[in-house]
Design a protein around this ligand. Structure first.
Ligand SMILES: [Zn+2]
Length: 142
């Protein structure tokens, strides 16, 4: 397969399209779902603290923040994994166009409200001695 065909057939190509966003209505539905998760987290916190425990507002905020961090972590992780599955095993080097295999490296990433360990796809071209990130760097597609 020629490189140009590879790019054409490459699901990565979709990543240079404008990123699709969910509508406000769909985001609101997800928020409503997360409200239920918050209630589950509250029940767990009460179980752990004991039914007679007196939680002040600061403690409640801490519990809510921990729950929010967990939801953020899990959501971003799952979405990134889903995007990764759409990547091919090899991508063209943005410099010379040679197909190089994609590897994964872990990178800490600060996101709103949490820090996650991202399993990031990275291409390395031995000829050009450069690394590139196909999901982040549109120029990877030439
Ligand atoms: Zn190269």
């Amino acid at each position: 397969m020629k490189v140009s065909e590879h790019i054409f057939l490459n699901p990565l190509f979709g990543l240079i399209m404008p990123p699709s966003k969910l509508t406000d209505e769909k985001l609101r539905q997800i928020q409503e779902l997360a409200i239920h998760w918050g209630k589950i987290a509250a029940r767990r916190a009460i179980e752990q603290a004991g039914p007679d425990a007196q939680l002040d507002f600061q403690a409640m905020e801490q519990i809510a923040a921990a729950a929010a961090r967990g939801v953020t972590e899990g959501t971003i992780e799952a979405l990134c994994q889903q995007q990764d599955q759409q990547l091919p095993e090899a991508v063209p080097c943005p410099e010379c166009g040679k197909l190089v295999p994609l590897k994964h490296q872990q990178r800490p990433l600060a996101v709103e409200g949490a820090e996650i360990l991202l399993d990031e796809p990275v291409g390395h071209c031995p000829a050009c001695r450069r690394d590139f990130f196909p999901s982040k760097d549109d120029s990877a597609l030439g």
